[in-house]
Design a protein. Structure first.
Length: 449
């Protein structure tokens, strides 16, 4: 087994060795290298203690000295160098009460979460694989190191990490590990929401967002995203769908690009459906107004998970607008009015959700749905081409001209600008100075009468 290690990392290993210490690359970078994936970072484990590491390297950052971690800077990149350590008791299901430094690499590998994450490598000594991580990698399984029950009892975050790695690597969770997860889902309440968000985001942005179903099956979403359980339990007895809201949601996630905003938008686009479901006399389900009901629900979920405002903003917009123009009776003016509210700059993301939404539905009237989408694209192109006014800023006259025409500043000004925008959205050819001034006069006459 030969792993390619970057020059700058080799240099750190060599310096530690020259000073009489052991040093290995360890964890995710070893796993990813063997799998042919590009490691996100290179972690180093050593028997040198933090003060000794600091003595060897000129540029270091005290990342977590009490946990044994010193960041060594090399060519502007930071590498975490951590002393072999044994974790003490975990009384809070989150972090060890104490850590003890060790001189033995085996101790350090034993505290790691999964066998595929518990391998170390040295360019001359080769792979150190005390828990058969390589075999599990070949079998494509995530297996806890040692006794799975103990491992999840120590740190409940590992529950989410297990499913996240399964999603990122396309692996399955080994049965005993899975059983232990089930036993410990309650402990997720001890994990901070920031760490939950990190793992959930990695999972949904992975090549296998369908692992959401595993989260549900294992009882994890019941703890961290109960709204998803409602979706999994909401049938859609309509010819447009072939499955329940939850499975449809997963299909839509698989069809959008793996960015945070798109994947969360797909995850939450139908969050309003369970609350909106009605069944008619013929037994057909309807979900009227579910985007309007869903938008504040999506916001609540994302705020609870502490996502950033930019993501929350994009996701909420997509949840609210995902069904825009779904019927084929949309007029050009109706399209412009919609874009005026949604913001035409968001049309590409909206289109992506619409396409994915269609891809996750039954084949019933598929061609019509496709044709509706094509019509929307033509309307979009026409609107952009014509540089049609969609906001007050695009109007041929502004506050200054209106003031000159005798409109007092204040709420009346806003009212008139709003009216002029509606007037222009109806027909873009009306967006001339003369036309708008005469419409202003007419409007003033009516409201002042
Ligand atoms: P990523 O690609 O997400 O960085 P990674 O495997 O490197 O994956 P990190 O969170 O960077 O994951 O952790 C580095 C290593 O530390 C892991 O490979 C694992 O050996 C160990 N580790 C991290 N978190 C835990 C934990 N909660 N319990 C036990 N070991 C852990
Ligand atoms: Mg890492």
């Amino acid at each position: 087994m030969k792993i390619f290690i970057p020059q700058d990392v080799l240099w750190i290993l060599r310096k530690l060795n020259e000073n009489g210490f052991e040093a290995y690359v360890v964890g995710g970078c070893v796993r990813d290298s063997i799998l042919g994936r590009k490691p996100s970072d290179w972690d180093i484990t050593t028997d040198a203690e933090p003060m000794q590491v600091k003595g060897i390297f000129r540029r270091t950052i005290d990342t977590g000295l009490q946990h044994g971690t010193v960041t060594v800077m090399n060519h502007g990149v930071g590498y975490e160098v951590t002393t072999y350590r044994l974790d003490g008791d975990y009384s809070d299901h989150r972090r060890p009460e104490s850590v003890t430094f060790s001189r033995d690499l085996a101790d350090d590998l034993m505290r790691r979460d999964f066998t595929v994450n518990a391998m170390a490598y040295h360019p001359e000594k080769g792979l150190v694989d005390l828990y058969d991580g390589l075999a599990d990698m070949k079998a494509r399984v995530i297996r806890a190191v040692g006794d799975p029950d103990e491992r999840f009892d120590e740190d409940a975050l590992r529950i989410l990490r297990a499913v996240r790695f399964a999603a990122q690597l396309g692996f399955t969770i080994e049965p005993a590990t899975k059983a232990a997860i089930r036993n410990h889902v309650e402990d997720l309440s001890h994990v901070s929401v920031e760490r939950i968000e990190t793992e959930l985001t990695k999972l949904i942005c992975s090549p296998h967002p369908e692992e959401m179903e595993e989260l549900y099956e294992l009882g994890i979403t019941a703890k961290i995203l109960p709204e998803f359980d409602r979706m999994m339990e909401t049938p859609q007895n309509t010819p447009y769908h072939y499955t329940d809201v939850g499975h449809h949601t997963i299909a839509v996630m698989q069809h959008v690009s793996p960015t945070k905003a798109m994947r969360y938008a797909a995850l939450l686009h139908d969050i309003g459906k369970p609350a909106c479901r009605t069944t008619d006399e013929a037994g057909v389900d309807h979900f009227k107004k579910h985007p309007i009901v869903g938008e504040p629900m999506a916001e609540q979920v994302l705020r609870r998970l502490k996502l950033d405002n930019k993501t929350i903003d994009s996701v909420c917009r997509l949840v609210l607008w995902h069904d825009f123009g779904i019927n084929d009776d949309l007029t050009d003016a109706g399209f412009r009015r919609g874009m005026s509210k949604m913001g035409i700059e968001h049309f590409p993301e909206y289109l992506e959700i619409r396409r994915a939404d269609t891809a996750g539905q039954s084949d019933y009237r598929k061609e019509e749905k496709q044709e509706t989408i094509n019509r929307l694209i033509r309307m979009y192109e026409k609107t952009v081409e014509a540089e049609a006014a969609l906001t007050v800023r695009d109007l041929a006259i502004g506050g200054k001209e209106l003031k000159e025409a005798g409109v007092p500043a204040g709420p009346r000004m806003g009212e008139i600008l709003g009216h002029l925008l509606d007037y222009v959205l109806e027909d873009p050819a009306r967006n001339t100075r003369e036309e708008l001034l005469s419409e202003t006069e007419r409007f003033l006459r009516i409201i002042l009468a």
